[in-house]
Design a protein around this ligand. Structure first.
Ligand SMILES: Cc1ncc(COP(=O)(O)O)c(C=O)c1O
Length: 451
């Protein structure tokens, strides 16, 4: 294996950050001005996690490209961390949104689109009943609430290294409990998260966590995606399902990111059987929209849950009055019906495979102690040779300086990687030329690192 010297990483990082600062004067000026009105100079705190000492301010995004206020054009491999998995502003979704906006945005009543959406979600993911939410965080939160209602238990089991949005129960880590590892910069540890954190792929730990019989639900991604990509080991999903059933615990699968595996997510591809299913971000082309599915059995339990009689008003306090709107269902219909189709996924996965294979070839040729992992149209490289099998191993593989260097080096050469980790996403609009540019820049970086 080639040795990468710490000094090399640091001096390259310094050089690249200086170049970034020099080449983005307008973004820098906007960031400075924003200090007076926006907390931390951005509309959302995590936007400072992008490369460089200030974020790029964008002027427009189209298909798989993004232009900033300094006139630089980027191949966008971050794609809104899945919100723009469709490519930016997909035409059928934009047209559906524009049509619907003129006919009503929010009415507290369903339209015909909602029925189409329910039927399509059931067809894709296999669960019979659906509700529409505004964010994946919300869908997860309410899935947990329903699980608690149905089981009359409080605890939630989550996996170390997971991220399910700002769901209190999931903002925990094995090492720090509710105080998650600092590098993840998660704000506001919950006062009483009511969760148990275990390592993914550890069947014994799972059984130990469920055995007391006090766990309402396990909240999981079918493959982990927020600590790098971590695949389930053979037999893990079977054990997860058997053990949750054996101990009366419900299984929530969150496919917000793992939809990258195909049009029916991992649930369809791997024939999984969750009790509750959540998805957000991409299903309406980036319009804030999410969905939650539930089984027939659970729907029946919830009509007379152990913790009270829901009666006529069941559901109030769920989702909110601007969830499940006519605008959201119009956008989901267009996105699932015309954009994130079976054919689109075939193309996206083929392009992502080209990217991952190209990256792996460069890693091998330069004997870098790194690896690349892929799940459908999502790929991620990590700075260790062995693929982590759980959050603890993934945490040990994190190298902040190298991570910062890769991001800023790529940004300086017209490629945007997802902040927080070295993840790339491929949309139906991402071209072979786009991913080949990524390989070219990756090769240049590899050459500099081991020079
Ligand atoms: C797996 C998973 N679930 C849920 C969420 C929350 O999504 P949102 O921030 O859109 O609510 C995220 C966000 O990254 C996620 O990765």
């Amino acid at each position: 294996m080639s040795a990468i010297l710490r000094e090399t990483i640091r001096s390259l990082l310094e050089r690249e950050e200086a170049r970034y600062a020099a080449e983005h004067p307008r973004s820098r000026a906007l960031f400075e001005r924003a200090q007076n009105s926006l907390f931390r100079g951005v509309p959302m705190g995590w936007m400072t996690e992008w490369p460089g000492s200030f974020p790029i301010f964008m002027s427009e995004a189209e298909k798989a490209r993004l232009r900033d206020v300094d006139g630089h054009v980027y191949v966008d491999l971050a794609l809104g961390d899945s919100g723009a998995l469709t490519g930016h502003s997909p035409l059928p979704t934009v047209e559906a949104i524009c049509r619907q906006v003129r006919k009503g945005i929010t009415t507290m009543l369903p339209s015909e689109d909602a029925v189409w959406v329910g039927e399509e979600l059931a067809r894709r993911f296999g669960l019979p009943y659906w509700q529409i939410y505004t964010t994946a965080t919300d869908a997860d939160r309410f899935a947990i609430k329903l699980a608690r209602m149905a089981t009359a238990r409080d605890l939630v089991v989550v996996f170390d290294g997971c991220y399910h949005g700002s769901v209190d129960e999931a903002l925990v880590s094995a090492k720090d409990g509710p105080r998650r590892a600092q590098h993840r910069q998660v704000i506001g540890p919950p006062p009483n998260p009511a969760s148990r954190v275990i390592q993914f792929n550890d069947i014994d730990a799972l059984e130990k966590a469920l055995a007391p019989g006090d766990v309402a639900c396990v909240l999981a991604e079918p493959a982990m995606t927020n600590a790098g990509i971590i695949w389930p080991e053979p037999g893990y999903h079977e054990a997860l399902r058997e053990l949750t059933r054996a101990y009366g615990t419900l299984l929530i699968l969150d496919e917000t990111h793992t939809i990258c595996a195909g049009p029916g997510g991992c649930t369809r591809a791997w024939v999984l059987e969750p009790d509750l299913f959540t998805i957000g971000k991409s299903i309406a082309g980036g319009l804030p929209t999410a969905a939650m599915g539930l089984t027939q059995e659970l729907a029946e339990i919830l009509t007379t849950p152990p913790r009270g009689i829901p009666g006529k008003h069941f559901g109030i306090g769920t989702g909110g009055t601007v969830a499940g709107t006519v605008l959201q269902t119009a956008a989901i219909r267009a996105t699932l019906g015309e954009v994130l189709t079976e054919a689109a996924f075939e193309k996206m996965i083929a392009t992502a495979t080209r990217l991952a294979d190209g990256t792996a070839t460069i890693i091998d040729a330069h004997e870098l102690p790194w690896h690349v992992n892929r799940l459908g149209c999502r790929a991620e490289y990590r700075f260790v040779r062995q693929k982590p099998k759980n959050g603890e191993e993934a945490d040990r593989a994190f190298d902040e300086e190298l991570d910062s260097l890769v991001h800023v080096f790529m940004a300086n050469r017209g490629i945007l990687l997802t902040p927080f980790h070295t993840m790339v996403l491929v949309s139906p609009q991402t071209t072979v030329e786009d991913v080949d540019l990524h390989s070219e820049v990756f090769e240049e970086l590899a050459g500099e690192l081991i020079a």
